[in-house]
Design a protein around this ligand. Structure first.
Ligand code: NAP
Length: 301
């Protein structure tokens, strides 16, 4: 039987509808809405398009949203000053700084200066620590891993006691999702193995995975014969493998492939995410949820 496709675009729609409802209820009961500021330095076209998508989504959910565009030559001190201003702003619950920053600005210094209680990307060391401790300590799980966990949860796949293999140990995907799934609690409680470039027998590890999460950034890395029949395969990889002309818009667009051979793998897996349209769309939904949760933490509801 072919695998059930986990459609990230559809799941995102459901989550955004849930958030919209909650925002309306909080506004009616407490007279406040979540506030999200996105700081963009310079005018890199890719960054501009990511920022406008975040701002548009926040707006569509009834959030207060600010797109704070700063000139390319803003000083590091001025940017830090801005972060302090938003830290003190009671109407703002989430602060994002779009990367990359210009070379004269120390990216790490800036990201670590974001108030951890408004760090809705979840990359501040305080939030990484909270994630590792787990339970009620967790405030802002990073958005892509949170999207992965949510997809698994909504698929109905049992995580308790499951063998999970995570391919990749980056700070933005591999390490956080491994930490999240090994916590004691619902949607987790798995036995987690993390594999990487120094792993001796990648295939053997993947073959025993009930849930296989692949975030390597290597197109077609995972071969169909590495997949356990019926497994849940989450392909995080987004790899540009060429270009084509879109038949609808006539524009040149990138051809994207995941880290898993989708066609063949979907004949063996029980559940699988496509690329594009799988994990990708989930990230922004989780960002919005983190921002809503930030307001809820403040209201203690
Ligand atoms: P990254 O920082 O480059 O990390 C890749 C990880 O995969 C590293 O830990 C690396 O091992 C491991 N790896 C690479 N080649 C391998 C191989 N042949 N065998 C075993 N392990 C291997 O990448 P990332 O930022 O985590 O992103 C991974 C992929 O996910 C990329 O395609 C990225 O575009 C995509 N992504 C998608 C989303 C989204 O959809 N929202 C978000 C984030 C990332 P070492 O540590 O040993 O080098």
């Amino acid at each position: 039987m072919p695998a059930i496709i986990l459609n990230g675009t559809e799941i995102r729609k459901e989550i955004l509808a849930e958030i919209r409802q909650e925002v309306e209820a909080i506004k009616a009961a407490h007279g406040v809405v979540p506030g999200l500021v996105t700081i963009l330095v310079g005018s890199n076209p890719a960054s501009l398009s990511y920022v406008s998508l975040k701002v548009k989504t926040a707006h569509s959910l009834g959030f207060k949203e600010i797109q704070d565009n700063q000139p390319e030559d803003i000083s590091e001190a001025a940017l830090l000053g801005l972060l302090d201003q938003y830290r003190r702003d009671e109407t703002i619950h989430g602060i994002l700084v779009q990367l990359p920053l210009p070379p004269h600005i120390d990216e790490k210094l800036v990201l670590n200066a974001i108030d951890p209680d408004k760090d809705v990307d979840g990359f501040h060391p305080v939030n990484v620590g909270r994630l590792v401790i787990g339970g009620s300590e967790v405030k802002f799980p990073p958005c892509t891993p949170a999207g992965i966990q949510e997809m698994i949860r909504r698929s109905g796949v049992e995580t308790r006691g499951a063998e999970v293999v995570v391919v990749g140990r980056s700070n933005i995907v591999g390490k956080p999702i491994a930490n999240m799934l090994l916590q004691k609690g619902s949607g987790a409680n798995a036995t987690v193995t993390v594999v990487h470039t120094a792993t001796r027998n990648l295939a053997a590890h993947c073959q025993r995975a009930d849930i296989l999460i692949v975030a390597a950034g290597v197109p077609g890395l995972v071969k169909p014969e590495w997949i356990k029949p019926g497994a849940c395969v989450i392909d995080v990889g987004v790899n540009r493998v060429g270009e084509t002309v879109s038949p609808t818009t006539g524009k040149t667009v990138a051809i994207l492939r995941g880290d898993v051979d989708f066609e063949e793998a979907s004949k063996i897996a029980g559940f699988i995410t496509p690329v594009p349209g799988g994990v990708g769309p989930m990230t922004i939904a989780m960002l919005m949820r983190n921002t809503l949760n930030s307001l809820k933490f403040k209201l203690q509801i």
